[in-house]
Design a protein around this ligand. Structure first.
Ligand SMILES: Cc1ncc(COP(=O)(O)O)c(C=O)c1O
Length: 397
């Protein structure tokens, strides 16, 4: 099939839930993609921060192929070696003691919300069920995680929503303190807001939120679905902030392209869950956990976390150099390879489409911001190439 044939078929048979760009990718390798018409692209989206180790990383692809020929799935009625191993790896890498493995970011956040409420039922008053999240946050599309998402445009068509969520402005400690009451059991935040516009909080904000949670006996939940697994130049974005969450969630890059999510927690919180409280048929099956173990192995052995940090710094430096020549480059925000390229005088959505024609896959977050989230092993040369396409494309618009 050609790009346009895939588009036709999709429009005829799929529910109309996505505004899709007119291209269908059929092959990926490292930082590159090829579409159904044979055209090659540089990928600065990486499946929206999913392909941490790059497309079809040989170690991930081989591990999946090998495992697929042995055993893919049984059930959580039985022990699963790879699931236990993955939980051990994630615990060793992080501040958590226990993991629940699921299939996506929304599911990981559902688990976190249920765990926080179960914990509160055991350690706080019976009405203590409320969770405060941030405006412009994004936590998923299930009914509960879309409610946790502090963006009204995602709520309106789906009333009635589950109760028990309140929203405050991100990075506004006073607003958060004012919103907390005796019914607040948890605060749930992305350490850097992703979908909401690569919003990085002030250095003092997250430590102060941690202190507030300790003072009011509330749990701190970090949604690291987008920021986790090395994306920000640390294995998890909470690292380097000098604090630890009680619960945090992962998905996206965790499986190196294979669907998997995880909710991790400290022992004192995790122990609130007992058999029957939570489950997932597919969650943590042999195949998904094998993919995640291989992805973690690749990220670790090829030092991709360190590379993400270095390449993030390189990107910032290159944009500073280019700004004099290209005034549409208004600035960069973000850390590691989760970056927002701020635009002035050029429409981000139009630039996204034009860059695609010019061989660069890029994601516009609104009209004045491009999200830069390439594979974690992206090189200086690829960053130069991508910036060159962005600059030349914008200059021609
Ligand atoms: C921070 C964050 N949380 C949760 C989600 C939802 O993840 P999923 O689409 O895997 O359900 C996303 C997806 O973009 C996200 O960025």
């Amino acid at each position: 099939m050609t790009n346009s044939e895939v588009a036709e078929l999709s429009k005829q048979y799929l529910m109309n839930t996505y505004s899709q760009l007119p291209v269908a990718f059929v092959r990926g390798e490292g930082c590159h993609l090829w579409d159904a018409d044979g055209k090659q692209y540089l990928d600065f989206v990486a499946g929206i921060a999913v392909l941490g180790p790059g497309h079809c990383h040989p170690k991930v692809a081989a591990a999946i192929a090998d495992q697929a020929g042995r055993i893919m799935h049984t059930s959580n009625l039985y022990f699963i070696p790879q699931q236990a191993e993955l939980a051990k790896r994630l615990v060793e890498l992080s501040c958590a003691d226990r993991a629940f493995i699921c299939n996506s970011g929304a599911e990981a956040n559902e688990a976190a919300i249920k765990l926080a409420r179960k914990w509160a039922g055991m350690h706080r008053e019976p009405d203590c069920r409320d969770i405060i999240t941030a405006h412009k946050s994004f936590h998923g599309r299930t009914l509960t995680t879309v409610t946790a998402t502090g963006q009204e445009k995602y709520h309106k068509p789906f009333y009635p929503l589950p109760a028990g969520f309140k929203y405050v402005d991100f990075n506004d400690l006073a607003a958060l303190e004012a919103a907390v009451d005796d019914n607040t059991c948890a605060i749930m935040l992305e350490p850097i807001q992703g979908e909401g516009g690569i919003n990085v909080p002030d250095p003092a904000y997250l430590p102060a939120v941690r202190e507030l949670c300790d003072r009011r006996n509330m749990l701190l939940i970090f949604d690291e679905v987008q920021t986790g697994m090395g994306r920000t130049g640390e294995w998890f974005a909470y690292m380097g902030q000098g604090i630890e969450p009680d619960i945090f969630t992962l998905a996206k890059s965790l499986g190196g392209g294979f669907p998997i999510g995880a909710c991790l927690a400290k022992q004192s919180v995790a122990e609130a869950f007992v058999p029957g409280d939570h489950a997932s048929t597919f969650g943590g099956n042999h195949l998904a956990c094998t993919a995640a173990l291989a992805a973690i192995g690749a990220i670790e052995s090829e030092k991709m976390v360190q590379n993400a940090k270095a390449m993030g710094e390189y990107f910032h430096a290159r944009v500073s150099e280019l700004q004099a020549e290209y005034p549409f480059l208004a600035g960069v925000r973000g850390r590691g390879l989760l970056l927002g390229l701020e635009l002035e005088g050029v429409n981000g959505r139009d630039l996204q489409v034009a860059c695609l024609s010019n061989g660069l896959v890029i994601n516009a977050l609104g009209e004045s911001l491009l999200r830069i989230a390439p594979p974690l092993n992206t090189t200086e040369r690829e960053i130069d190439e991508g910036l060159e396409i962005i600059c030349q494309t914008a200059a021609a618009m």
